[in-house]
Design a protein around this ligand. Structure first.
Ligand SMILES: Cc1cc2nc3c(=O)[nH]c(=O)nc-3n(C[C@H](O)[C@H](O)[C@H](O)COP(=O)(O)OP(=O)(O)OC[C@H]3O[C@@H](n4cnc5c(N)ncnc54)[C@H](O)[C@@H]3O)c2cc1C
Length: 375
């Protein structure tokens, strides 16, 4: 008999959610991570993550998001932790861009409420932000942010309460397929009937035979001191700007955190995430200073905090969630492409379904591995 019915490799946002779903289905399940989660070495850290439903990236994500919202609320009830804060998300950009037309398209197709705003109206509502005359704005009120480390912590705590085991720190060196999968770790071998791989920036190493063509990018996140009126409490939403220089986003003052700003597009390619330089990069700093001085004129250059994090880009910027084509008891999520955290609970459910039942009722066909062969 195998040591576990299911092993989940990687306990970031996606893996910790999967562990919870599997444990709640009564499975003998083990979660493994190289670091003690939540930690700041992968992709699930940095205080906050935006969550929104009118999804400019593609309307096909919207039904998954509806389920994700429901599951985040369930987790809040289960753990008594407040994880989701509905302060709204304002998205700004040109009429001919990707973001504003994409938000409108998703909202229209799925009957979601978004508010259309002119630059004049936006200036009067949020004077700490600047809006050029050439830009349109859409505000989604049923959107906001998640407390990222608290989400991971809550998913793991709930999974353990439901009977899951966790081994961390524990590095997985490699795995061998078969009816009983052999998982070789730095401290010994573990066997499992099924394996779920949610390894974030390390997916290529653990799924090397699939040639996923993932590209890991280093992302810098900055927190600046800001005037107290520029706060979530005072009615400022999270914001995302599509500009000629790239896509930038930020959060107003939240509790004792400063104004968080980052660039969504671009990023330096990383070969080995374990050896990345975490100091401030001059180019990243220049980009953020440019955005801050033009669009957030009241925010000073007093830097309170800086972190680095990873985007793991798939070839088409959409997630890859599927069964391993050569090992039908192995399933995986990879290439979360810098927008996956909000989906953690629904992808955890999809991975649990794929692993235990071989399929899922959730609409994830558009995230299949096979689609990449037609690119
Ligand atoms: C700066 C930044 C901002 C973002 N903003 C948003 C946002 O606003 N909204 C949103 O929805 N998404 C956002 N994202 C994307 C989102 O955070 C990620 O898509 C998501 O967190 C990925 O989770 P994951 O579980 O796949 O990966 P990770 O969190 O990286 O977890 C993978 C885990 O696997 C473990 N692991 C890997 N290899 C091994 C091994 N060999 N042995 C043992 N353990 C191993 C790692 O230690 C790690 O804990 C952002 C990402 C970044 C970097």
């Amino acid at each position: 008999m195998a040591d576990f019915e299911v092993v989940v490799l990687g306990l970031g946002g996606i893996g910790s959610a999967t562990l919870l779903h599997l444990a709640r289905r009564g499975k003998r399940v083990l979660g493994i991570d190289r670091f003690i989660p939540p930690h700041s070495h992968g992709s699930s850290h940095g205080h906050t993550r935006i969550i929104r439903q009118a999804y400019f990236e593609h309307p096909q994500y919207v039904p998954l998001l509806a389920e994700s919202y429901r599951l985040w609320r369930d987790l809040e009830k289960l753990t008594g932790e407040k994880l989701y804060h509905e302060i709204g998300v304002l998205q700004v950009g040109p009429e001919s861009g990707v973001v504003v037309p994409g938000v409108r398209r998703a909202a229209q197709q799925h009957n979601l409420a978004v508010e259309e705003l002119s630059p004049q109206i936006m200036r009067s509502r949020w004077p700490a932000l600047s809006f050029p005359d050439s830009m349109a704005g859409v505000l989604e009120a049923h959107a906001g942010y998640l407390l990222v480390e608290e989400c991971v912590r809550s998913q793991l705590a709930a999974a353990k309460d439901a009977g899951a085991e966790v081994q961390a720190p524990c590095e997985v060196l490699r795995w061998e397929g078969g009816n009983s999968i052999r998982i070789h770790t730095a401290t010994g071998m573990i066997t499992a009937e099924r394996l779920v791989i949610a390894a974030g920036p390390w997916a290529s190493t653990l799924l090397g035979d699939l040639y996923l063509q993932l590209q890991v990018r280093r992302k810098s996140v900055f927190w600046f001191a800001g005037a107290s009126h520029f706060s979530a409490q005072a009615g400022y939403p999270c914001f995302l700007y599509e500009l000629p220089s790239g896509v930038f986003y930020g959060f107003p003052l939240i509790g004792s955190q400063g104004i968080k700003l980052a660039k969504h597009s671009g990023g330096q390619r990383v070969e080995n995430p374990l050896q990345v330089n975490k100091s401030i990069d001059a180019e990243d700093e220049k980009n953020i200073d440019g955005f801050r001085s033009l669009y957030l004129p009241d925010v000073t250059n007093q830097l309170l905090e800086h972190q680095t994090c990873f985007y793991t880009m798939s070839p088409d910027d959409h997630f890859i969630v599927d069964r391993h084509p050569q090992a039908n008891n192995v399933v995986f999520a990879a290439g979360m492409s810098g927008h996956g955290f909000k989906f953690s609970p629904v992808l955890g459910q999809a991975l649990a379904d794929l692993s235990l039942d071989g399929g899922t009722d959730l609409p994830i066909d558009f995230l299949s591995l096979e689609r990449l062969s037609t690119l």
